[in-house]
Every structure is written in structure tokens, then in C-alpha cells.
Design a protein around this ligand. Sequence first.
Ligand code: F6R
Length: 628
Amino acid sequence: MCGIIGYIGEENAVYFLLKGLKNLEYRGYDSAGIAVLSDVIKWKKVAGRVEELCSRVNPREMSGRIGIAHTRWATHGAVTERNAHPHFDCTFSIAVVHNGIIENHRHLKEILREKGHKFSSDTDSEVIAHLIEDALLLNRDFVSACMHAFSSLEGSFAAIVMKEGEHKIVGVRKDSPLVIGVSARGIFLASDIPSFLEWTNRVIYLHNYDMVVVDADPAPDACGDVRNVRDMCDVRDVNNHCGASHCGALSALTEKHASIRIYNLNEGLVQRPVDSVEVDIEQAKKGEFRHFMLKEITEQADTIKKAIQQDEETVKNVIDAIKNAFGIFFIGCGSSYHACLAGSYLFSRIAKTHVNAVLASEFENYEHFLTDKTLVFAVSQSGETADVLDAVRVARDRGSRVISIVNMMGCSLTRESDECLLMNAGPEICVLSTKTYTSQVTLMAMLAYALAGNYDDFVSEVKRLYLDIYNLTSRTMRERLCEVAKMLADKEHIYLIGRGLQYATALEAALKIKEVSYIHAEAFAGGELKHGPLALIDKGTPCIVFVSKDNASKIISNAEEVRARGGYIIGISSVNYDFDCWIKVPDSDMLNPVVQIIPVQILAYQLALLRGLDPDKPRNLAKSVTVT
Ligand code: F6R
């Protein structure tokens, strides 16, 4: 989804903003733009990639210490340069970048048009600049005009604005992510941490309705309500200490430093702590790999071990919550939902505990079953998925308890949860979920085993799996899967079947193939074939079959039904049941969903390469899906 970044500091903003946009590319986008403020605002936009934007920005013509930039994933208005951000007021002296959806934009536009405002784009975002312009006409200063404008917005928004003549940027968030990065080289506002991680790991997480003012010219008496950046960077400068008993901040601000004030639109001035994120910057780089997707696939031997490194007290609380719950739901979207489905089978098989796996976007249909005894597990890599956040709010409104499983600490979901388990997978940059999917499944298996009192056996099993996963992601395996991919690259359809845990794997595998190779891939529960899908099978139709030792006979019969109609059977299993093509994987019993998905992740990657596609950035998709 859209990515936004703002910078204010000592150096040319253009460098930080363009690099920041590159770091945000993984979120998915279709156009990009940048605006920089010196005496006037200068901007460039493209309906295309960030590289194109970079090539069109001449740093000699465009420089300044304050700036904002954006990658757009179109929701309102076509993918055109005119609709790319930043957007402006009528005089082009206020610039805004926005992520989210302004639900009342039509109404606001009507009012503004009646007042004579002229709009230059088809977007909902542009209203923000005009609202601020309008508020300024009422003799408000820039900050209160922003506050006024933001208060009239409905929907979800993270926005950053700047104005000619004002040495500051102002940001706001509601239901869309916005974090502050505090570095000695400047202050960043951005949709997520990887955008500025190479310059700082010190972050301030904003809450809903928080508005932040980052000021390059702080008032000299700013003590108390101004949080000095140097203070937060732990740069000690005793000469500048305020000395007032109520204030630990530095007050005499030199021109070298910006200040940060955070207001909550409902509560007034607020304090938010500065956190350190423990993410190794190397993890967010490709290293020797051509693509993040392959890098992240090969990391899985490590990431599943890290998934079970959980705080004992938290796990105990979660297990107690499960035991005391009446009605348990696992909710998620896309791959995270597939992990929920696998989790529901794992809970049933291992812990004999009933769990409902529900798509987060469908969850509201179950609201009448929610009480204060219900326990909802919200599973989300990003922790920013709007459908998941909406579902969680439905649950909370009914008094249900929420436990989240996320990969990004500090994300919106953690703030809406009673308890949180971290996947510990490190940044996942490729738009496709790979390592975080297996981490989610592993975590759920861990909870099921802990519930059944077999936690220690499970830990040994995961340790044993390390070597298996290492082998599954080895060069030999990749080459073997490249050969399989060559057979499939020109196919129009690929079908996948499994039963039980393998059905969840088939769904996830189909998603991997379709989203990265654009080949139509569809999964069925093996038993369902004869109820309709068999009609699709023709001579040579490829069908991938996931087989576990414990349910082999039934799914092999289903595979035979496909073969009898001309289908070409590719088996993923520990034993060769006379498949047309066999991909050997060790049988890992309850952890089969982890090992069996890996060959298909690699296969999907190879298919993308053979079809000339960029596996890290599939068309039309976004990493953080912040709209419903
Ligand atoms: C698939 C994929 C998506 C996400 C889905 C949920 O490869 O990445 O289907 O799984 O958008 O995202 P999170 O887990 O961030 O809520």
C-alpha cells in the first residue's frame, strides 16, 4: 500500500527521501512523488517506479532540508502523474502525502468547491491540503490549521504536510501507520521503520489521532512541551539544560536540531516514549541474493527456531487464556489466514481443542457469537492489515480478549491486543509471505503442544527440523525445482490438492504460485474434487498433491482420479507413490505444513523468473494492506 516518508534535518532531504522511498517499495505501489521545501516547494511525480523518479530529480535544481515523499497504490483515481502524491492546495504552497482513505472526501470536496477551491487530482488525499488552506484563511497558524483540518477527516489516514514559509513538517495518523525515526542526521516520519532503518533504530510509535510537529525552528521557551531531539538521541549537552524542575528536556535549541511535539487530537499534548528496535540492518538487505524472496525462503531454517523463542510468562498467560476461553477464533488474511487454518487443524489434532479459523474480512459475520469469554487470535505479519484491525475492534467491542501474533513490534495490532507473540522472523521485504508464514504455523504448533503438555518434545522436533529445512532450501533442491518450473512455466492452470493440514498447505501453495507467476493456481480439499473440480482436468493438466504419511491412502486415491482424466501428478511427500514427478520432502508429521510449503515457495520463485517477472514486487499487490 502507499508508503509515506518525511524528513527534516541538516542535510539535503532529497537523498533521504529517495532512498527512503526505495526502502518502502516492498509495500507495493504504482506511482511515486517527492516535494522539497527551500524557499518554495519544488516537486516531481511519476506514474511509475521509484527509479524513474530518481532519474527525473536533479538534486542541483531540487534541494532543501525539509521534504516529503510518497509511493502510491491507487484507490481513488487512476494511476497517473496527476494523481500521484504530493498533492497541493490552490496556491501550491501546502504539500501533502497521505496513506489511507478519507471516507468523507466527497462531502469535504463539495464544501471546499463551494468556497472556491480548485482541485487538481481525482484523489481523496488532496482535500487535506485544501482543508489546511481553508483553515489558514481563518487566521489560524499552520499547526492549528493542520489540527483543524485533521479533525474533520473520517476514515483512515497517515499524512505528512509542509508549507512554504514554515520550517516544519506535521504528521498525523488514524488507523494507518506512522512512526517517527530519531537520528542525529535528522528526523523522519514514515509509514514503517525499514524506510529509515539504515539511519536510525530509535523510534517513536504514534497512537491513533496523534499529530506530530517536527520543527526546525523551535521556540526558545519550548521547555515542557517540546521534546528535544538531542535529548532523545542521548546526546548530552549540559550547557543547554533547561534547569526547570519539571522538565528534563533541553530548552536552548540550536539551529542544528529539530524538536518534536506530539499532540493527540482528543487529548492535547502527549508524551510518547522513544524505543529502540532490535533489527539488524543487514537483515533488511539482499546481501548475496538476487531477490528478497529467495533470501527470505532460505532464512527459514533459522526463523522457525526463532519463532519458538518466546517469553515463558507470555506463553503461560496465553495458554491460561486458551484454557479459560469459551470460543476461540484464529483470524487473518491471505497467507496469515492459511496459517490460521493450519493452526485450527493443529489445535484439533494435537490439543483436542476446537478453534474457528475465519478470514478477518468475514469476521464481523460472527459477531453474535462473541462474548467476554471469547478469545481471538489475530495473526498478521505486518500488524497493520486494515481487515484484521477492523475484526479486532469488532471483538473488543464485544469484550472479547485479543492475542496477536505479529512480526513487527510496535505495529497497530499490538496496541489493540491484550497479549502479543512476536514471530521474530526479522524484516520480510518481499511482498509475498514466506518465512513469516512458516513462523506463524510453527508458533501455532508450539501453542498446541504446550496446551497438550508436550512442549519439550516439540522444541526438540523444531531443532531437528533445522537440517531438513536447510536441505530443502539448498542449491541442489533449487536446481531440481527449476527443472519442475520449466515444465510448468507455460501452463495456464495448476491445481493443488491436500487433505487436513495438507489442504491448508495446498491453499497457501496456490496463493504463492498465482501471486508471483500470475499463473492461475487453485487449491481443493482432495475430497471435494468429485463434487465439481474434476471437470477442469484435461490431458496434461498439472496437479500438485501434498501427501502426509498419516492420510496417504485417501489423497492418493484423489490423485489417481485426476490422473485417470489425463492429469499430470506432481507429488510432494516423503514417499514416491508412483507420481509423474516426485518432490521428496521428509515427513515431519504435525510440522508438515512447514516443510511441505518450502518446495512450492521455491517453485513459485522459479516460475516468476522463467516468466520474466520480479518476484519481490508482484503487480497490483502490497505488503501492508492498510485499506479494507
Ligand atoms: C501472501 C501475502 C498476503 C498477506 C496478507 C496479510 O503472500 O503476503 O496474502 O499474507 O495480506 O498480511 P499480514 O500478515 O501482514 O496481515
